[in-house]
Design a protein around this ligand. Sequence first.
Ligand code: HGY
Ligand code: MN
Ligand code: MN
Length: 418
Amino acid sequence: MADFTALRIKPQRFKADFETLAAIGSTEDGGVDRPSLSEAHLAARAWFRQRAARDGLTVAVDSAGNHSAVLPAVALDTPHLLLGSHLDSVPHGGRFDGALGVAAALEVLSTIKDAGLQLPISLEAIDFTDEEGTLVGLLGSAALVGRLTPGEIQSPRGGRQSLLAGLQRAALSEEGLFLARRDPASLAGYIELHIEQGPRLARSQTPVGVVTAIVGIASYRLIFHGRANHAGTTPMNERHDAGLGAASFMLAAHRLVVESFPDCTVNTGLLQLEPGAYNIIPGQANLALEFRSADDKEFEQLENALLALARQQADQFGLEFEANFLNRHAPAPMSVSMQQAIGQAAHCLELGYQAMPSGAGHDGQNLAHVCPAGMIFIPSQDGISHSPREFSAWQDCINGANLLLQSALAFTFEHYRP
Ligand code: HGY
Ligand code: MN
Ligand code: MN
């Protein structure tokens, strides 16, 4: 077996690809606005197909829209080692989240192909549909591993109309989403390069992180029902103000998590008051609730505590309340064999690393249910992400891509014989 440890990516090609992607759906402030299945996202996927074909990789698009570039093994019907991430972004997000991992995956396949390295298994660079949940959340990877549920498609967190419109733009169908499942035996493993999206690596000046586990994430749409009424004539102590109930819940939920669930997070990223006028007391408040925990038991306790708190706030303000469950992604440990391969590769590259959990959700938490899954983090400047201010130093990006390359090779030759 050739000594592959000296192999490195081609930085210029990698940078050109990354910058091409950063220009698709770019915003003036250096970010990108590429929600899943939007025109900008479809343009990025068109680039993906061209880029793969340009380097002689086999392009495949499954019925969930997941885009793949495959470097086939010499032998037929070998399992695929997936290297990937996502080209969709949050609204007005950063240019590194997801795109870095997809560009690096393509660069790894091109580097191995250029080197004429014959691998015993196929390598597949993959861009998963709707990782960010502007439609459903981890949609493409859930479909690929067979964990997508009809309920998530009937009441998706981005709204059913948005989902249907996106599917139509991409010439995809609801039925097709449920036909994308892969046989786990065909999957050798999954490795994702991603920015940390938090401050730990930057603060400790550690070049890379090896992810140990990915946090669980659950989403609800909460609705507080009050009574629309005249803002000027209704006595202050006779109001059923849905906005007050929602605002009071937001503050109480934050306090609950800080005081009683210090390892968890809660966020209410969207609040709509209806009818929505200066002179009408809000009759209805719609609130997007998302909360996260890395531990199954704590996750359940947090869910129960938040829903009980919402009911209590509704009672306090004389409101009716409904909680609509949208979806839940379980916390997922990363595979030990994959962590070992990444650690071994980091040693080979003389990159210092630290083992760390991920507070962000990733497609790897779906892949972890069916094959060995691992993640590599690089530092995020000031820990910022989901913002145009998201930034990572280019040398860190090169380190990450080389580590993805060497990890893929280390895992492959450790577990498969040429
Ligand atoms: O929301 C997340 O944690 C990830 O960035 N999709
Ligand atoms: Mn991401
Ligand atoms: Mn993200």
